[in-house]
Design a protein around this ligand. Structure first.
Ligand code: GUN
Length: 295
């Protein structure tokens, strides 16, 4: 019997609809949430992401401010733009699209964003607040994964969660969120010994390593919930395909539920960006935060 599909497309549409409903209520009070997105250079994948963010921001009824800067933008010019957005009361969320060109210091830029407007949750203050269980902005991809896990499993307490991947963007914040929900958390990575054995203990398996199909079905505990964050472009049978970090066909035979690639975690990231922008706006104007859209 194959496991259930966790439909990130449908789930993200529901999150976006809930955000849009809340935005309508804010607008009745004369408040429109605003998201500023900064793109430096002409990376085609980043341009697609940024365009989609703008479209979905406007569809949710929010203001979208897009700042496209040339690839040779200096650190000082980028920092000046961030300072300008920090000071702008119409901007409730700021996202600087990564990766930045090599000559720019990403850490310095991310840490210059006003923490209350840091809708990516990458500022060191937000990372520290999350790690100590305090109210923070939470990185969008792990937030989306958490929403899907809570929806699927309800109370996560006591479950064994294994996260494969230790990035600052996904692995580490995912671990903090699952720890906060009282899971027993293991972070595995490329140096982990007997990775298959570690994965087989997982009631919740989050794959975020960026290696195509590295996790086969026989690493999965029967009935486990599998969240595949990987989006890997491969050439197969003469075609370009997007595949996850999990070998979907064999994993689905064993898992209780699994996210597909594409159509799983991916669409949740922008939906959570909109949710974070709404949360940041509500906090900025001193109104209650929407239910179920934060960690
Ligand atoms: N590039 C790819 N994903 C992301 C993301 O979630 N946030 C930012 N800022 N850049 C990205």
């Amino acid at each position: 019997m194959s496991g259930a599909l966790i439909d990130g497309k449908a789930f993200s549409a529901d999150v976006r609809a809930r955000v849009a409903d809340h935005v309508v209520k804010l607008k009745e009070q004369g408040i429109t949430p605003g998201l500023a997105v900064v793109l430096v250079g002409e990376d085609p994948a980043s341009e697609v992401y940024v365009r989609n963010k703008g479209i979905q921001t406007r569809e949710a009824g929010m203001n979208s401010y897009e700042h496209k800067l040339p690839a040779d933008t200096t650190q000082d010019a980028l920092m000046a733009l961030v300072a300008q957005l920090n000071a702008d009361p119409a901007v409730h969320g700021i996202l600087v699209q990564l990766p930045l060109p090599d000559h720019l210091d990403s850490e310095a830029v991310l840490n210059a964003i006003e923490p209350a407007k840091d809708v990516d949750g990458f500022h060191i203050l937000n990372v520290g607040l999350l790690a100590t269980g305090q109210k923070s902005m939470v990185a969008c991809t792990p937030l989306g994964c958490l929403m899907m896990l809570r929806d699927r499993l309800g109370d996560l307490s006591g479950l064994n969660a294994v996260i494969v991947g230790r990035s600052n963007i996904v692995g580490k914040p995912m671990a903090q969120l699952l720890l906060r929900d009282s899971c027993t958390v293991t972070i595995a990575h490329s140096r982990t010994r007997d990775l298959g054995e570690v994965c087989r203990r997982a009631d919740i398996l989050v794959a975020a390593v960026g290696r195509p199909r590295i996790i086969p079905g026989d690493w999965i505990k029967p009935g486990a919930t599998v969240i595949d964050v990987g989006i890997n472009r491969i050439e197969e049978d003469g075609k370009t395909r997007l595949v996850g970090d999990v070998d979907f066909d064999s994993a689905r035979e064993v898992a209780g539920a699994i996210t597909p690639v594409p159509g799983g975690v991916g669409p949740m990231t922008i939906a959570c960006l909109l949710a974070n922008t709404l949360t940041a706006c509500c906090r900025a104007v001193g109104l209650p935060e929407p239910d179920g859209l934060t960690a």
